[in-house]
Design a binder for this molecule. Structure first.
Ligand SMILES: [Zn+2]
Ligand SMILES: [Zn+2]
Length: 352
């Protein structure tokens, strides 16, 4: 994106929340989440036909040859290293037309420098890891990427029938009293969150790293993309909704349990069916700082939230360092034994 005044490339500064032109001094502050009205939710049932596919800016897609990740990038700011797998990427000129445009974005609040210094402090004590990782050289490659997320709202009605257990305490004895129960209830689903990237499906820690709520969102603006890339979603709207329903099933069973004033339910004997109406969705771009470093044929990732800096770093173990530590420990434990032996020899020699 270029400056309206002078045509130079402008950048986004997370510290001041603004767009800055270093060439002519132009700056513009992005809307803050608390200043904007709630981000509108879109109707799920008509999404496929009616969703906007206009990202309102010129973007190029970059496909990684190695891991297949597709990202959208400002034509001025395409970098050569894939933040997911560390390989060099290849330019692809395919259109964005097949991709729904986001309805909301959470702008970056943490700068690359803030993330790097945070991780550097943490890495400093990781003595077992190779110097390249401990000294934070890998953090030079941190790249800001917007990761796709979906959120859903819906009205729901559930009907259940099954077997429910209540814990009964009688003195020191506890036993379970079972009963059959059936019934129904309504529940409003508010902002059920599903990550739209297949890359994170098996990464359980993600839910502890990426934490946000609707107060963090602003309506999508292409200006927020400045200097960053956006990962193309690999889990689409319909598939995400299926995942959401799977995850909600557990919440529904717990609610049935509450309805029966029970502590647990018999998994094999309890059935629940839920109907959803008025399903609304949002497609959100969520900011993350990522890097991938190849070390002895394996990839080690740094993953951090661009919202508040929570994160995780995978680090290899240096075999040479571990050997030195083991030798030192062995040395420390053996030292008294060796000194004892020397002392004995001296005593024996002296006695003779
Ligand atoms: Zn300018
Ligand atoms: Zn890659």
């Amino acid at each position: 994106m270029n400056c309206k005044n002078c045509g130079a490339v402008i950048r986004y500064d997370p510290k001041t929340y603004s767009l800055i032109c270093d060439s002519c001094g132009f700056s513009k502050v992005l809307p803050k989440p608390d200043e904007t009205s709630a981000v509108e939710e879109k109707d799920f049932s008509s999404a496929v036909d009616n969703a906007s596919r206009d990202w309102q800016t010129d973007l190029r897609t970059v496909t990684c040859k190695q891991c297949g990740t597709v990202t959208y990038n400002d034509p001025n700011q395409i970098s050569g290293i894939c933040p997911y797998c560390g390989s060099t990427t290849v330019l692809d000129n395919s259109e964005l037309a097949d991709s729904i445009a986001p309805s909301a974005v959470i702008p970056f609040r943490m700068s690359k420098e803030e993330i790097a210094s945070k991780f550097y402090k943490w890495n400093k004590w990781a003595f077992w890891t190779p110097e390249k990782f401990r000294k934070g050289a890998i953090l030079d490659d941190l790249k800001g990427v917007y990761v796709p997320y979906w959120t859903f709202d819906a009205d729901s009605h559930s009907s259940y029938s099954g077997r429910f257990g209540i814990t009964v305490t009688n003195g020191d004895d506890t036993s379970t009293k079972w009963h059959d129960g059936n019934g129904g209830f309504d529940l409003f689903i508010d902002d059920k969150i599903v990550c739209g990237s297949k890359r994170f499906v098996s990464y359980k820690k993600l839910k502890n790293i990426i934490v946000f709520n609707k107060d963090d969102l602003i309506p999508y603006t292409p200006e927020a993309l400045l200097g960053f890339s956006a990962e193309k979603y690999t889990i689409g709207l319909e598939e995400s909704w299926e995942i959401a329903k799977q995850e909600l099933k557990k919440r529904m069973l717990n609610k049935a349990c509450d309805n029966e004033s029970a502590d647990f339910y018999d998994k094999n004997k309890t059935q629940i069916t839920t109907e959803y109406r008025n399903i609304k969705y949002r497609y959100i771009l969520v900011p993350m700082w990522l890097s991938a470093t190849r070390y002895k044929d394996k990839v080690y990732n740094v993953i951090a939230s661009g919202i508040d800096g929570r994160g995780d770093a995978q680090r290899p173990i240096s075999v040479a360092k571990i050997m030195i530590i083991i030798l030192l420990l062995v040395g420390i434990f053996l030292l008294p034994v060796i000194l004892g032996l020397i002392f004995q020899f001296i005593v024996i020699a002296y006695m003779n």
